[in-house]
Design a protein. Structure first.
Length: 407
């Protein structure tokens, strides 16, 4: 199966050429990222994990990674990355060609209502310009977009700029008619701050309701039980990344019963670029049973699997690989940091206007009681790990979206 784009060696050579061209011609070379990096291999590709996605004590971390190279491509998205049209085609949000090939899946989502607020840390000076360029490239309408601060204007954190670009671009791609806010927080012990989350929710509520997406997280701690109240603004449904560290690594706020936790899958494609299947990757797309959060009512139907505590993720979406436009250049990016704003945008565009995460999750888990409805509304992911079983599981929750129904 071919996945994402060229093999690592080819990408490295091209990256070196791009760097040289950028230096000689003055082409944008991207932000000056933090130096700390770790690498692994995923499906034959280099996975480059930025400093912001490496867990550190006393802070929240992002949940994204670069694929094959963190060197920008100034001429266009790296070959093989999913587009708004190809993702929407696979998830049957639009009518598309057979096989949903990336190159010819050009029909785009057109929905959206109320507001979407993205909560991240650090200032992103080129946010509006980058979002406009991303939208123009893919043929999306111009975004109704605003940057807000939850307090004073924060400094720029270079690695977080990628997170912010990923979040706003793909939330807009899935729900282009929604009002879109980027709420920037200063990094502190809980970064972004819970104050930023509350401010984001107020913005959403004041604009008719909608969703908040948080692609960051931190290992669970007992005092999180005191934080669950920050995800209860009426008219707002909250989403969070489940993490990229595999099953058995707990992460908050995705663990909160007041948040829809979004796990990760990946699309396999054949040599012609046609979609083949969607599977779970056992090394990423985290899931766990919370050691602290009691089982919520909406999970009573899976009590035999989770026992007396909250299990997650609840749902999942593709987490490799997305085209991201930042500061005049393109990157290939993956992670549940992509899955969360994508799923949040899909739910917003579905237009069912749930009044809380509890309402949204009650509806989603209710699908499991009606097998025909569940199979029509979700892709049940059963490949990629022995723990991926029919129905809900710790790999991908109830699965990935199929149409707007049941969302």
């Amino acid at each position: 199966m071919k996945r994402c784009f060229a093999v690592a060696v080819y990408a490295f050579v091209i990256s070196m050429i791009v760097i040289g061209a950028a230096l000689l011609l003055g082409v944008a070379s991207g932000p000056a990222f933090a130096q700390t990096r770790t690498e692994s291999v995923f499906n034959g590709h280099r996975i480059i994990i930025p400093e912001s996605s490496i867990p550190r004590a006393g802070r929240h971390h992002t949940n994204y990674f670069f694929v094959d190279s963190d060197v920008p491509s100034p001429s266009g998205p790296p070959a093989g990355v999913e587009t708004p049209g190809s993702l929407a085609c696979v998830y049957q949000l639009v009518t598309g060609p057979a096989g949903c090939p990336i190159a010819t899946s050009t029909n785009l989502p057109t929905g959206g209502w109320g507001a979407i607020a993205i909560v991240d840390a650090g200032d992103y000076p080129t946010a509006a310009a980058d979002l406009a360029a991303f939208s123009s490239y893919y043929g999306l309408p111009a975004a109704n977009f605003a940057v807000k601060y939850s307090g004073k204007k924060p400094p720029v954190y270079s690695d977080w700029e990628v997170e912010e670009a990923l979040d706003i671009e793909w939330a807009h791609a899935m729900a282009p008619k929604a009002k879109l806010f980027l709420v920037e927080s200063v990094q502190v012990n809980t970064d972004p701050t819970w104050g930023a989350v509350q401010y984001a929710a107020k913005l959403v509520a004041k604009n008719g309701g909608g969703v908040v997406s948080m692609s960051w997280g931190d290992p669970e701690v007992k005092k999180e039980l005191n934080w669950d109240k920050y995800f209860t603004t009426p008219g707002v449904v909250y989403f969070a990344a489940s993490g990229d560290s595999g099953i058995g690594v707990s992460i908050y706020p995705g663990a909160s019963p007041n948040v829809v936790s979004v796990g990760g899958t990946y699309f396999s494609r054949d040599g012609n670029g046609n979609f083949v299947n969607e599977v779970y990757y056992s090394g990423g797309g985290g899931g766990d049973i919370s050691p602290y959060e009691p089982i919520p009512t909406y999970q009573s139907g899976i009590a035999g699997m989770v026992g007396t505590h909250r299990g997650y993720p609840d749902v999942a979406a593709d987490f490799c690989c997305a085209g991201v436009y930042l500061n005049g250049a393109w990157y290939a990016v993956g992670g549940t940091s992509w899955a969360s704003p994508t799923f949040a945008g899909i739910v917003n565009a579905a237009g069912n206007k749930q009044q809380s995460s509890q309402d949204e999750l009650t509806w989603i888990y209710g699908e499991l009681a009606n097998p025909a409805e569940y199979q029509a509304d979700f892709n049940d992911i059963t490949q990629g790990d022995a723990r991926c079983v029919p129905g809900w599981d710790l790999c991908t929750g109830v699965g990935s979206p199929r149409t707007y129904a049941g969302k």
